[in-house]
Design a protein around this ligand. Structure first.
Ligand code: G4P
Length: 283
């Protein structure tokens, strides 16, 4: 697995910019990918957020395994981290997210009121690594196409506040952090979900990781979905890739079969699959 090119200078800049935005807001929505909640969580996030209230928001819940999403939420909540799942693209869970924001700010506003300070809108920002759905969430929150979406981190200029009803003001550009992976498995998970550019990754190697994961945790899925030729339960991941290549009539083009498998996974064709598993973490 090649290292992604995030130079220390870039990291320092991203961190500084995120901290600058943070000074402007009451609360942070930390966005991660529900399929890889830990792998898509930048480890310096806690340092950046400091004592600001934050909600760990597992986006793309429509693509993730619901059972594991619930386990993750429970895990984070037990750690004292406010957490919930949303599907920004289809506007699911946004109401709960807003309510959680309000709950977290209740004490603050009660204290302000006691001091005679008039109530005002809650100021929010969204923070996360590229591709977790930050721009999509901003757009869905505001109801218009005000933020840029796409696979590349949006480049930002002036800060603007977007109004969400009377109760919230949202920074129009998200805080962007870099993905971090010393652990190769984290790198594979980021790459499989498309958080790292495909040019940086060896697709065949990546597909073998996916096959290994699916065989272990979603047995039967691959052979049923693709109706694999000559399938045997004891096949190695390489054997399955070979069988898939034959099944798809790709001669010996294993690379193309690998790409197809990864594409199908990303497109949700293989079903709702989570790669990070809470019970595999070193607690
Ligand atoms: P970013 O700002 O954090 O970099 O992410 P962005 O909003 O650009 O979203 C990255 C991709 O993830 C987009 O797809 C977006 O549609 C998709 N996405 C965001 N939220 C959700 C979600 O809750 N569920 C699902 N299934 N997808 C989500 P894309 O590949 O750029 O293509 P397109 O669909 O936007 O054309």
């Amino acid at each position: 697995m090649n290292q992604i090119q995030w130079f220390p200078g870039h990291m320092a800049k991203a961190k500084r910019e995120a901290k600058e935005k943070l000074n402007l807001v009451d609360l942070v929505i930390e966005l991660v990918d529900a399929r890889i909640p830990e792998s898509s969580r930048n480890p310096v996030i806690a340092e950046i957020i400091g004592n600001k209230p934050s909600i760990l928001t597992l986006n793309k819940a429509d693509l993730a395994d619901p059972k594991l999403t619930n386990q993750w939420i429970q895990y984070y909540q037990e750690e004292g981290q406010s957490a919930l799942a949303i599907d920004a693209q289809h506007q699911k869970g946004l109401h709960e997210l807003k309510n959680t924001c309000k709950d977290l700010m209740t004490d603050f506003f009660a204290k302000q009121k006691a001091k005679g300070v008039k109530p005002r809108a809650i100021r929010l920002m969204i923070l996360g690594i590229p591709n977790v759905g930050k721009s999509t969430l901003i757009n869905r929150f505001v109801g218009k196409n005000q933020a840029q979406t796409g696979n590349k981190p949006g480049v930002t200029k002036a800060q603007r506040w977007l109004k969400i009803g009377k109760e919230f003001e949202l920074l129009d550009t998200p805080g962007i952090l870099w993905p971090k992976f010393e652990d190769p498995m984290t790198g594979y998970h980021l790459a499989l979900t498309g958080a790292i550019k495909d040019q940086l990754v060896e697709m065949q190697e990546l597909s073998l990781q996916l096959i290994r994961h699916l065989q272990q945790f979603y047995p039967g899925l691959l052979e049923n979905y693709y109706q694999l030729d000559h399938y045997q339960p004891e096949m190695t991941p390489a054997g399955i890739l070979t069988s898939l290549t034959q099944t798809l009539n790709l001669e010996e083009d294993y690379g193309q079969a690998a790409e197809r498998l990864i594409f199908d996974f990303r497109q949700h064709k293989l079903g709702s699959i989570t790669l990070d598993r809470p019970n595999e973490r070193a607690f």
